[in-house]
Ligand binder design. Structure first.
Ligand SMILES: [Zn+2]
Length: 328
C-alpha cells in the first residue's frame, strides 16, 4: 500500500481469506458488507473489524462514515491532507483548520498574486491582499492578474478571482481577526521594514521573491523561535561587509525593468504556497531556519540553512537565558 517514500506500508502475514477482505476495502463496501464477506470466505465476522482497525490505526485507510462534505474541487486536497496526517478523518480536520485561517499577502505583483490565488484554492478561508498599487503589465500571469486588470488596484483585481478560486465557499464560523501567517512578496524595495514590523507583532511570515534569475522562498519566520530576515542579513554582512550597501542600492536604484521569469514566478508561488499550507496544517516547513532557492536555467531547488544571529535580538524577548549566553 502506498507508492512513494514515507507512505509505503507492508501488511504481512495475511491469510488468503483475510487478503480478500482487505482487497475489498475500496470504498465501495461499508463495514457491514465487509463482515458479510468475512463470513463468506470462512472467517469470523469480527475479522473485518480487526482488519479495519489495524489499517485505520496505520493511517492506510479512512473512515468513510466520518468524512464530512467537501467542495468537489477540494477533494484532492483533502485526500492529500489525509495522506500527510494519516488521520482516519480523511483530512477533514486539516481542511477545517485551513478554512478557519487567515493569511495576509503583502505585495501582489506577479509572485504575490499567484500565491494568494493558490492559497484561496487550497482552502485558506481568508486571504487578505494588502496591496493598493495598480496592476502593471508586468504583473499579469496565467495564475495571477488577468490582462484586463492592468491599471486597476491589485487588491480589487484579485477580489473576485480569490472568491472564484475558493469555489465561492463562505468560511463557516467566525472569521479570524488577525492573520495566522503573512506572506511578503515585495513588488518594490526589499520588504525589510514590513518583516521587522511582523517580528515586532509576533506574526509568522514567509518571504517569497524572484531576484534576477533566482527564486527565493523563505525564511518562514516564527518570531522568537526561528531565524528572521535580519538574522540572515547579519550573517551575510559577516561574510561580506558590503551586503548592506547592496541592499541599499536595491532599494534606492531598482532596475527599470526587474527580471521575473513567468515560469520561475509560478515555481516560487507554488513552493511558497506549500510552505504556508504546511505551517497551517501543523508541520514544520523546510523554510523555517532556511531558504529554498531555484536558479535558472537549471531549475534545481536547493535549501540553504540560516541560523539565528546572536546580534539580531529577534529571540531575546522569548529566550532571555539564550540572549545572556549570546552576549557572553
Ligand atoms: Zn533575527
Amino acid at each position: 500500500m502506498g507508492a512513494t517514500p514515507g507512505l509505503g506500508l507492508v501488511v504481512g502475514g495475511l491469510s488468503r481469506p483475510e487478503r480478500a477482505v482487505v482487497e475489498a476495502m475500496t470504498g465501495a463496501a461499508d463495514l457491514a458488507a465487509l463482515r458479510e464477506l468475512a463470513a463468506e470466505v470462512g472467517l469470523d465476522r469480527s475479522a473485518a473489524d480487526c482488519l479495519t482497525d489495524l489499517l485505520l490505526s496505520a493511517g492506510a485507510v479512512v473512515d468513510g462514515d466520518r468524512l464530512g462534505p467537501a467542495h468537489p474541487r477540494r477533494q484532492p486536497d483533502r485526500s492529500s491532507a489525509a495522506l500527510l496526517t494519516r488521520a482516519p478523518d480523511g483530512g477533514d480536520a486539516a481542511l477545517a483548520t485551513r478554512a478557519g485561517s487567515r493569511v495576509d499577502v503583502h505585495g501582489a505583483g506577479r509572485v504575490g498574486a499567484q500565491i494568494a490565488r493558490l492559497l484561496a484554492a487550497a482552502g485558506v478561508g481568508t486571504v487578505a491582499v494588502l496591496d493598493a498599487g495598480p496592476v502593471r503589465p508586468a504583473d499579469v500571469s496565467p495564475g495571477g492578474h488577468p490582462p484586463d486588470a492592468v491599471g486597476a488596484p491589485r487588491r480589487r483585481s484579485l477580489g473576485p478571482l480569490l472568491q472564484a478560486d475558493a469555489g465561492h465557499v463562505a468560511t463557516a464560523g467566525r472569521r479570524p481577526s488577525g492573520p495566522g501567517l503573512a506572506v511578503l512578496a515585495p513588488t518594490g524595495g526589499t520588504g525589510r521594514e514590513e518583516a521587522a514590523e511582523l517580528v515586532r507583532q509576533g506574526i509568522p511570515h514567509l518571504f517569497a521573491q524572484v531576484v534576477e534569475v533566482t527564486g527565493v522562498v523563505g525564511p518562514l519566520v516564527l518570531p522568537g523561535r526561528s531565524s528572521c530576515l535580519r538574522c540572515q542579513d547579519l550573517h551575510r554582512t559577516g561574510r561580506d561587509p558590503h551586503w548592506p550597501l547592496v541592499l541599499d542600492q536595491a532599494l534606492r536604484r531598482p532596475p527599470p525593468e526587474p527580471a521575473c521569469d513567468t515560469a520561475l514566478s509560478a515555481v516560487v508561488a507554488g513552493l511558497a504556497a506549500t510552505q504556508v499550507l504546511a505551517h497551517l496544517d501543523g508541520f514544520t516547513p523546510a523554510t523555517v531556519d532556511g531558504t529554498m532557492e531555484v536558479t535558472l536555467p537549471s531549475g534545481l531547488p536547493r535549501r540553504r540553512s540560516w541560523t539565528r544571529h546572536p546580534r539580531c535580538g529577534c529571540g531575546w524577548a522569548a529566550h532571555d537565558d539564550e540572549a545572556a549566553q549570546w552576549e557572553m
